[in-house]
Design a protein around this ligand. Structure first.
Ligand code: SAM
Ligand code: SF4
Length: 338
């Protein structure tokens, strides 16, 4: 006998924030070693059996969408494109009524952009922190700038619009390239989003002095090309359009202008741990629930939904980076899923 579908219930935390956005890390591995994210030797990768299968990811995603009304899913990592057959995961997630996006370092997009779009990918963000080949190599410890630029162009050619380029701005490293990036965005027809450096680097090099405030970035660009602010909607980025009509930029002031009060995100790590915040110090083991022996499919779904509700109910008010008592999470960005 068919059962009635369970009604959608918004996932609300103790601060009345409704959650609608799920970030899924598909792998903790990466082919780059960005200095603000990973040490040169890499990290201790999760063993393959610890990482969720595509079927497990799709099942957890369906609980978020069908029970809790989530509207967007972003795939990330580590580097999501190093996971074999990524388009297959995208294709299976298109069964859900959500906007599907990807954050990538772009190094494999030249080959993958078209298959990902064919599989149903809606949006893409490519990370790129320098337009100078030698500096790019120092920043990522890989000489791959031409591949990333080709990847951005392939994403545009495959029909992704807008392509967003994420730049983490670090004082003394690339803050002299802010205007170059603005020109790049205007020339290539991509939206550049400048992100403040956050204390999630594996090497613990972060200090508040290394953060370039978002407002400084806006002022620097506006001095060359006048900007006007655009309504940001639920986006963490403040958005500005060029007055001359040649596109827009975004700034994500995670440190100097935290947007925690309107946060609508939760994160699933590659090994199936649910985090209510990038900076959460606790996690909920959804992998253990989905792999629990002797539970029926409906019991597992019920257990997953309860665990998700409890995790979100326990979400803190904000990341507290500026608090005297700030505690860094035990995992770095690539291990959580940025
Ligand atoms: N490998 C993919 C990439 O680089 O786009 C996806 C994962 S990466 C962890 C996601 C995003 O986090 C990237 O845009 C990266 O620049 C950003 N990121 C990494 N470490 C960061 C940090 N300490 N502060 C701010 N952003 C960071
Ligand atoms: Fe890899 Fe992305 Fe981290 Fe760079 S930022 S090391 S590309 S996971």
């Amino acid at each position: 006998m068919a059962t009635d579908p369970i009604p959608t219930k918004p996932l609300v935390d103790g601060y009345q924030r409704v959650h609608r956005d799920l970030r899924i890390s598909v792998t903790d591995r990466c082919n780059f070693r960005c200095t603000y994210c990973m040490p040169e030797e890499g990290l201790a990768w999760q063993p393959r059996e610890a990482v969720l299968t595509f079927e497990e990811i799709a099942r957890i995603a369906s609980i978020f969408v069908e029970r809790f009304g989530f509207e967007s899913i972003r795939l990330t990592g580590g580097e999501p494109t190093v996971r074999a057959d990524l388009p297959n995961l995208v294709r299976s997630l298109t069964a859900l009524p959500v906007e599907l996006s990807l954050t990538t370092n772009g190094s494999r997009l030249d080959r993958l952009a078209a298959p990902l779009v064919d599989a149903g990918l809606d949006r893409i963000n490519v990370s790129l922190d320098s337009l100078r080949r030698d500096r790019f190599e120092r920043a990522t410890r890989r000489d791959a700038l031409p591949e990333v630029i080709a990847g951005i162009q392939a994403a545009r050619a495959a029909g992704l619009d807008p392509v967003k380029v994420n730049v983490v701005v670090t004082r003394g490293l690339n803050d002299d390239e802010i205007v170059d990036f603005a020109e790049f965005g205007r020339h290539e027809g991509v939206t550049v989003r400048f992100i403040e450096f956050m204390p999630l680097d594996a090497d613990h090099r972060w200090s508040s002095d290394s953060v370039v405030p978002s407002q400084e970035i806006v002022d620097t660009i506006a001095a060359m090309h006048p900007l006007e602010e655009v309504h940001r909607g639920s986006s963490p980025a403040r958005r500005f359009r060029y007055v001359d009509g040649r596109g827009e930029i975004g700034v994500i002031g995670s440190v100097t202008e935290p947007f925690c009060a309107s946060c609508d995100r939760v994160r699933l790590t590659a090994d199936g741990q649910l985090r209510s915040c990038l900076f959460a110090t606790t996690e909920t083991d959804l992998r253990a629930i989905i792999r629990a022996p002797g539970r029926s499919a409906s019991e597992v779904d019920h257990d997953l939904a309860r665990a998700i509700e409890q995790t979100v109910a326990g979400k803190g008010p904000g990341h507290g980076i500026s608090d005297v008592v700030f505690v860094r999470p035990a995992r770095s960005m690539s291990q959580i899923g940025g």
